[in-house]
Design a binder for this molecule. Structure first.
Ligand code: FAD
Length: 531
């Protein structure tokens, strides 16, 4: 048997490099193809995976198992603890079926790369050839390099080089991989192999259960499956943004096609920062779990415009959107070139000594020196800071497991500069709450906002949440949608209601005044180590 080891962020059959190569190998050798998926709860805990993401993985796996089954390909699901011996368990599981070839797509996180090195060594010992492929990025890490052959740390020159590299090798980078050929039906009658068809996908994993309410919300906001992901893309490419779609949207019935030049993607360069309309693709959920191939996204934009090149014009909708996909490649590359960023360390080491307001001393005097979340951190998490745009964004995140990019920037900047709370706490809370959590993009976004990362927002450019609110939510629809206490307010007042208004409406007062908070942040970043 040839095995394809489907990874956590690999959840599709269409246009999947390792799966395609495994299928070719099986055809060449005239033997069956099987798919292995290893559920690894210890990894999920170690990486702060959200229960929503685990639930999304399981929902997709169920659909995949059915789809593979139609091709007479088993999707064999095992659960393994402890994480340190995962490679051993994989070897043991596939050896039993006489496996000589294992195929997988690479995961770029440090622990996963270490596991794959181990896997490769064990493969050598047991006569199993381990074949690993790049599939996450459009242009894989290590290709777009500076003249000194180093990883770029500034985005714009990276992106220019990225567009040129891509256009010079388009066939290689956006070619679609064929779906695997079916196994001979007789595989189901084979006494030993038929067992591989009999491992059901569990409904949940211990420690990652969702409440009924949350599970229902996630299904409504983010339906699983490759067909859905394609429809989400279609909706972005072909239909207009609406203010009535701030919560759940139904990707399965995108409505009337609105004409190519008015669709969301064509307006993206102008409207992408607007939070009071549904202006962006919402594909991150599907891209980060690999339910859609990023190459498919690029191909479809080219089909839409009829262009033979990838659009490098960031002043137009399509080019600007492609640039966002390049950010995804960029941050994945940062993880590979500068892995310290994923180990809780700032890219700019000088900021490792910045003094944060993280912890509150325990109230009791029992001598237990636990660290408690500070009151302000709790209020930030709950969307109760008294800053409407911040609270609306946090409540959207808490309910949907997803929030608009501008909203992520605003709340991250507010936590790290206004509340002066360590970016690592925010990064962690995002991972535990997001359904699209991706270590590279999340860390990149947090370190950008905290001014500690590669090509960051300079520490003295501190967002004013009030002016951000006026710009990103000019109609106030986003705030009204997510902060019902303020639903009656219209006009500029909604962005910064007075203390007497909020008292009347039962909404909290601001936990901190921006100008004083700003001065504190400037002082602390200017003099790391000083309070
Ligand atoms: P679109 O605007 O339609 O963009 C298309 C795709 O491009 C996205 O789906 C995503 O894959 C990619 N993309 C867009 N912006 C970025 C970016 N800044 N960095 C990397 N990739 C990008 N994105 C994640 O996928 N997972 C995360 O865990 C994550 N955490 C973030 C944390 C912070 C603090 C910040 C500021 C950003 C974070 N992002 C993360 C990036 C970005 O906010 C989301 O990708 C985007 O909001 C998803 O919405 P969309 O699919 O509608 O995006």
């Amino acid at each position: 048997v040839v095995f394809y080891w489907m990874r956590f962020a690999d959840l599709r059959i269409t246009d999947n490099r390792a799966l395609h190569k495994a299928s070719e190998q099986a055809q060449k050798d005239g033997i069956p193809l099987a798919v292995l998926f290893v559920l690894s709860p210890e990894d999920y805990f170690a990486h702060d995976r959200s229960s929503r993401r685990i639930d999304f993985v399981l929902r997709n796996l169920k659909l995949l198992q059915e789809a593979f089954s139609k091709l007479h390909i088993p999707l064999y699901v095992i659960t393994h603890k402890p994480r340190r011996t995962l490679a051993e368990r994989v070897v043991e599981s596939i050896k039993e079926y006489g496996c000589r070839h294992l195929y997988a797509n690479l995961e770029h996180e440090v622990d996963e790369l270490r596991r794959d090195i181990r896997m490769w060594q064990l493969g050598e010992r047991h006569g199993i050839q381990v074949n690993l492929f790049h599939d996450k990025c459009i242009v894989e890490p290590g290709v777009v390099l500076t003249k000194q052959a180093r990883g770029y740390t500034i985005f714009t020159p990276y992106w220019r080089n990225w567009v040129d590299t891509l256009n010079a090798n388009l066939g290689k980078y956006i070619e679609k991989c064929p779906v695997p050929l079916p196994n001979n039906e007789s595989i189901r009658r084979d006494k030993k192999l038929s067992f591989l068809f009999q491992t059901p996908v569990p409904g949940s994993i211990n420690g990652f259960e969702l409440s009924d309410n949350d599970a229902a919300n996630m299904k409504e906001f983010w339906p699983a499956g490759e067909a859905t992901a394609i429809q989400v893309l279609d909706r972005f490419l072909k239909t207009k943004s609406r203010s009535s779609q701030l919560g759940a949207v139904d990707p399965l019935s995108p409505g009337a096609q609105d004409g190519a030049n008015h669709s969301r993607i064509h307006k993206y360069h102008q409207s992408r920062d607007q939070m009071d309309r549904d202006t962006t693709s919402r594909l991150s959920v599907y891209l980060s779990a690999g339910v859609i191939s990023v190459r498919e996204c690029v191909r479809q934009t080219m089909q839409l415009t009829g262009s033979k090149k990838v659009d490098g014009n960031r002043s137009a909708g399509v080019g600007r959107w492609i640039q966002e996909l390049a950010w995804r490649d960029f941050y994945t590359g940062i993880l590979v070139h500068y892995p310290r960023v994923s180990m809780g360390r700032p890219y700019l080491e000088k900021y490792s000594r910045v003094v944060w307001e993280n912890h509150q001393a325990p109230q009791d005097t029992t001598g237990v020196h636990e660290h408690h979340d500070s009151e302000n951190f709790k209020k930030w998490k709950e969307g109760m800071t008294g800053v409407p745009i911040v609270d609306a964004a946090m409540r959207c995140l808490n309910k949907m497991g997803w929030v608009h990019n501008r909203a992520r920037m605003i709340v991250a900047m507010y936590l790290t500069k206004d509340l002066m709370i360590d970016w690592r706490l925010g990064e962690r809370y995002f991972m535990q709450t997001l359904i699209d959590g991706d270590l590279a993009s999340n860390n990149g976004g947090w370190q950008w906002s905290a001014s500690t990362g590669v090509d960051p927002c300079p520490y003295f450019r501190i967002f004013n949440p009030h002016s951000q609110s006026l710009k990103a939510d000019p109609t106030g629809e986003f705030i009204r949608y997510w902060v019902p206490e303020l639903r009656k307010l219209h006009g500029p007042e909604i962005h910064d209601p007075s203390a007497s208004t909020v008292d009347k409406l039962g909404y909290p007062r601001k936990v901190i005044e921006h100008s004083a908070a700003r001065d504190r942040a400037l002082r602390r970043f200017k003099n790391p180590g000083e309070a």
